[in-house]
Design a protein around this ligand. Sequence first.
Ligand code: NAP
Length: 555
Amino acid sequence: MNKDRHVPEQAGPVEEAALLARSPEGVTRPEESMAVAASVAGTATTMQAALANPLRDPRDKRLPRVAGPCVLVLFGVTGDLAQRKLLPAIYDLGNRGLLPPGFSLVGFARRDWANQDFAQLTHDAIKEHARTPFREEVWKQLAEGIHFVPGEFSDDDAFDKLADALADIDRRRGTGGNYAFYLSVPPKFFPVVVKQLQRTGLADAPEGSWRRVVIEKPFGHDLASAMELNTITSAVFPEESVFRIDHYLGKETVQNIMALRFANNLFEPIWNRGYVDHVQITMAEDIGIGGRAGYYDGIGAARDVIQNHLLQLLALVAMEDPTSFDADALRREKEKVLKAVRLPQDLGSSTARGKYAAGWQGGEPVVGYLEEEGIPADSITETYAAIKLEIANRRWAGVPFYLRTGKRLGRRVTEVAVVFQRAPHLPFSKDDTEILGQNALVIRVQPDEGITVRFGSKVPGTAMEVRDVSMDFAYGESFMESSPEAYERLLLDVLIGDPPLFPHQREVELSWLILDPIEDHWATQGQPEDYPAGSWGPPSSDAMMARDGRVWRRL
Ligand code: NAP
């Protein structure tokens, strides 16, 4: 995606590396020559390693995108996200030959640990959660660059030690002062850590190097808090150095929405109000809140999922084609759609919310939301949310977009279904087409990533009976390598400095502008309606669809 890093086919490995090692503006400054020489050598080796990667599809003739020399500083290494996703993703990148030889990983946590303890934690997390096979030589290379700094976020001394450690790593491993700071920490600590990075000067990139900060959703809990958070980060890091992670954008299937729409000529002519009846976007989880009561209560399903993942999916499905796939062009089109989103007049009948009651899931009895540990009995937080939105532009006027998400639903599934209008005339008897539905194109985001088209087909036999059938594309069957984890792609993009898959602050604010009035309305409505665990949400959600003469897809 990063045009600056395009490498001509005839380039040799060192030329390739030199091109890849150029600054984002495509300029190599003379004063960087020593660092660049080291970095070129490192990148060339990385490139060779990436090309030799046994996991690489031999039909793939493109040059791999590899990161240049750098350090990733991970705050919150003992947390759930770091252990399940981030540490394994770093290893998987190394295993695919996409990290430079001098790559270093610094963990920061409030533990009295030595480097070996952090290396052990990383090793265990990789063994348990990595996507690619464990290879001793890859682990050894990664382990050489592992370093740990103990400390609390409020501890100035710990951050001073972090700065010393980074300077030392630069000297020993040729990482050139390039640091990515990943804040895998509860959102209330974002400002504290960012201010520490400012105080120690770690946020300021010396000439010829870069500093980036990565923050995880939620980006605030409403428009005001999102703006406040941005005021703090933008005082320390320029916007182009802030990488906001909405991990859905790192998923192959989500990026494939753009490929499906804009690399083909088949779908786009009918991708509009002339043919589309409505769109359903669903993210269903079968799990409850687990041990995350402290985070979830007061946030709820809509803030947790609709504000980011589902509105990003809506933007990708509904946007016009960007002039190119650079970050500005892509974000501009997404912003236009988000700006055009309109809430229905009656928020009562066009939204629904619920909370899971006790029930059964996977053959086991499960407790209701209010009985979960740490949830107050009078909580009004929803664990299910459904909303109807419209998009006021020429392409979509009058086409409803229905968004729903919930916990403890029937099964784990995320999909976008574009449901088409019925054929204007059926030259068959009603009996023949009795169980014919509407054509639909379904993008299966997870699990079973792929695309399904539903259409009517003649049932074999002497009568002209027509029924729905499916035509399927499954990633697993069409491509040799399994899809990388979203975090692999996003971490690599951070290290390369490639921003298209990271939402801009304006998108964050526009999404809160959509959600805030709904949240304000719900805040006056008392407790959400119950739905049994393992069901598909509260009756009010079905009633919302029924009022429009529609039904939710059965998943
Ligand atoms: P978590 O399990 O609660 O981990 C938080 C981490 O922050 C722990 O390592 C914790 O260390 C550390 N920490 C907390 N207070 C600290 C302090 N005062 N000084 C130093 N370290 C401190 O959280 P998480 O689930 O990993 O989530 C991290 C971030 O990612 C959050 O912003 C979350 O919203 C976001 N996120 C998470 C997921 C997910 O799947 N988990 C998905 C999307 C987004 P201790 O071990 O010492 O407490």
